[in-house]
Every structure is written in C-alpha cells, then in structure tokens.
Design a protein around this ligand. Sequence first.
Ligand code: UDP
Length: 244
Amino acid sequence: MRRLYIAGLPVDNVSSEEAVAALESFVLEGSPHMVVTLNPEMVVRASHDAEFRSIVLSASLVIPDGIGIVLASRLLGTPLKERVAGVDTVERFAALAAKKGYRPFFLGAAPGVAQKAASTLAQRYPGFKVAGFYSGSPSPSEEEAIVKLVRESSPDALFVAYGSPAQEKWIARNLHRLGVPVAMGVGGAFDFIAGIVPRAPKLIQRAGLEWLFRLLIQPWRWRRQLALPVFCFLVLREKLTAKS
Ligand code: UDP
C-alpha cells in the first residue's frame, strides 16, 4: 500500500476493495487502528488545527474520500487509483461482515438513523448484524457512558457519524479504551444508507460531481465549500514549491 502526502497530510493509494481488505486485516490483527476518510475540507481544517492534523498523521489508514483529493494527487504527479467514499466502504464492509460474522457498532447520526441503516444493510446482506447502535453526541458529558456501551458490546469495528472533525477527535480520544480493533469516522454515511439523504446517481458520482449534487440537495453546506479555494491554494503552493 503506497502512502502519499497532500499539503503535508497522508493519504493511502487504495482501491475500494483494498480499503475493505485493510479494514479486515485490522479486525484480524486485533490491536486498535484508526481509519480516516480524507476530503479537501479536512485538509484545510488540518492546516489550522494542530490537534486534528496530528490525528490524521497518526491514522493507520487514510482513505481518499473526495474527488478533490484524487484531482490534487494527479496535479502533484502521484495519482491515486480512485476515490473511495466512506459510505461505500461501510457498505462493502457490511457485505464482508455478513459473510464472516463481523459485528460493527454504529455510533452517531440523529436518533433512529443508525438503527435504520443497520436494518437496511441486514436486508441487503442477509446475516449482517451490528454489535450495537447509539445516536448520542460527541459531547464530553456523554463520553464515559458511550465508551462503556461500545466496550460492553465487543464490536469488531466502530463507525462514528458525528461529522468531521468531531468524529475523528472523539475516536482519537477514546481509541485505546474502546477495545475495538478498528474505528472510522463516516460523516453522513448512515443518513445515506438509511435513505434519509439521497445519494447522487452513479453517473454523477462517476463524473466526480457528487459534491455538487450534495450541495444542491443540502444547500446549507455551501459554507463548508468555502474551504475549496483554500484547498486549491494549498495544493498549488505545494506543486510550485516542489518544482523550485
Ligand atoms: N451528527 C451527530 N451529532 C453531532 C453532529 C453531527 O450525530 O453532534 C451526525 C449527523 O446527524 C450526520 C453526521 O453526523 O449523520 C454528519 O454528517 P455530515 O453530512 O455533516 O458529515 P460529512 O460527511 O460532511 O463529514
């Protein structure tokens, strides 16, 4: 697995299949691993949030989630194989888990959503079972209770949907006491799987325009997209300094 760097942040050159194979290898290995799904907004966040930056640097696997990451890799002359969306990784892991008997814990999203996502996946992949689910919040006041809940359910994997950077910070704070071999922040994945938020049609996904579709159906996200010009600046600066 080749690791490259974009604006100083690591990203692993994995295909969708390789990402899930890596997740499974962490499950089998057993010691705690963190997986980050990197997008351009997160790269910008890391440029002014040292805590977040060191969390991404410490991750065992960084998946290129976001077409901007793939385009930047090409511009920098180290092209990534493909975009690997977090939601697709959860879905592929569920398909594998159904066969192998792995039981993940679904944490986060609005009340009822993680449960609905779990039952949707159980319908799609007969035999799929979660170790547990809980909405909760990333607030420190809930942390002890949530850690206990996750620990007691002994999951094989933990998917956390608290949005970035809260989910990555939550995982980093608790990874070593959760007793789970792999934990990954998944943003809006449960909303998509549960059918609360529609996913862009495959054609739009393939055209690299899923971000635009999401902006059209969730217009309040425009503020986040303000990070995109900063991301372009960071990548172009890297390209120019690498040349000189
Ligand atoms: N969320 C939550 N608690 C919070 C903040 C967010 O459960 O305090 C959930 C929210 O319901 C959604 C997910 O976190 O399911 C974040 O989704 P978003 O689309 O914002 O994430 P992205 O994929 O853009 O990081």
